[in-house]
Write a protein that binds this ligand. Sequence first.
Ligand code: BGC
Length: 395
Amino acid sequence: MIDKSMSGATATRTGDAALRELVRAGTGIILEQQAPSGAYPASPSFSAYSGYSWFRDGSYIADAMSAVGQIESAERFFDWCSEVLTSRADRIRHIVEESRAGRPPSDEHMMATRFLLDGAEGNDDWWDFQLDGYGTWLWALAEHHTRHGRPLDRWTDAIALTVDYLSCSWERPCYDWWEESAEQVHVSTLGCIAAGLSSIAATGHLDQPRASDASAAATNIRRRVQADGVRAGHLTKWLGTEAVDASLLALIAPMNFLDPLSPVGSETIAAIENQLTVNNGVHRYLADTYYGGGQWPLLSCFLGLAQESAGNRSRARDLLDWAASTAGDNSDLPEQVEEHLLDAVHLQPWNDRWGPSASPLLWSHAMFIRLAAALGIIPHPDRPETGPQTNDKGL
Ligand code: BGC
């Protein structure tokens, strides 16, 4: 269990003007860093990330940019994703054919999680086989389409390739959001895939057979999560464990896979508040040692989005304020901070190897912007709140 007494920080209220300034600065950083190809680099200055764009990070960044009306920036990222996919169409079709024939290709033949800014694959080894980002890009596209009424036609081929790829691959174990535990089937990965497939099907843009495949896969994923991804009343880090992981928050908000007010939704929020949150800073998972297992501002923002969607706006505002407190003098938001560490002995070895934590991390800025928009701190063209839906999302 986490020792919550170790950190002495208390919540400080940040004024709206300061929050708006951080949103303005973050939007500026994202626009400035976006490559001519449309790719969003994960972090321009961190050696291990520099020169790469992730489908996961980038899709959440595009969603945040879309939410604050930066339509062109979001669509340029979607164009980059589309090019990555359509330029590998033969490879993806081969994966799909082999998988459907019961001969799924091995992990190293599956699609990478990150690409160079020009869309090529890098040469260095990486924990590459991750499925969540492909679901998240479908979800971000569907959100953007619904939010702004923008047509999806120019991404039709890339969408079809992604739907086919995910519909036949979702059951496979793969690396998680944190690029770890490749032997497990991760519940947040499943939720990202299901959210992507069902939201793109709901746009009406898919042909009928593909829409049926997408909806069937999303339904089967939901059943699998119900059966093996819920323990002690909450979603779990992977199928069959009791542990939680803060990446699960995304399934509540903004991805709307799980109703925040359902029993499983509220237990999941409570478990992450109780087990992983110390003075508003959110850890990834209890056994985390990367950089000593610090607290991630982007995860405090995901918790804020989940709390906001559950109607707890004041709690969400505390979390946004905490994220704001991690900004450097230059307004850069880092990947993680060292205020409260889960395993301090691991910090120095990571610092010796990589240097300080990535900053700015564009994904951190994106989640900050997205939560500020959800809280109405900045005007945003998002669709009006409809409140939690009573549908099949209660698990
Ligand atoms: C994180 C990933 C992230 C990547 C780039 C890694 O350390 O585990 O979730 O996509 O950094 O930000």
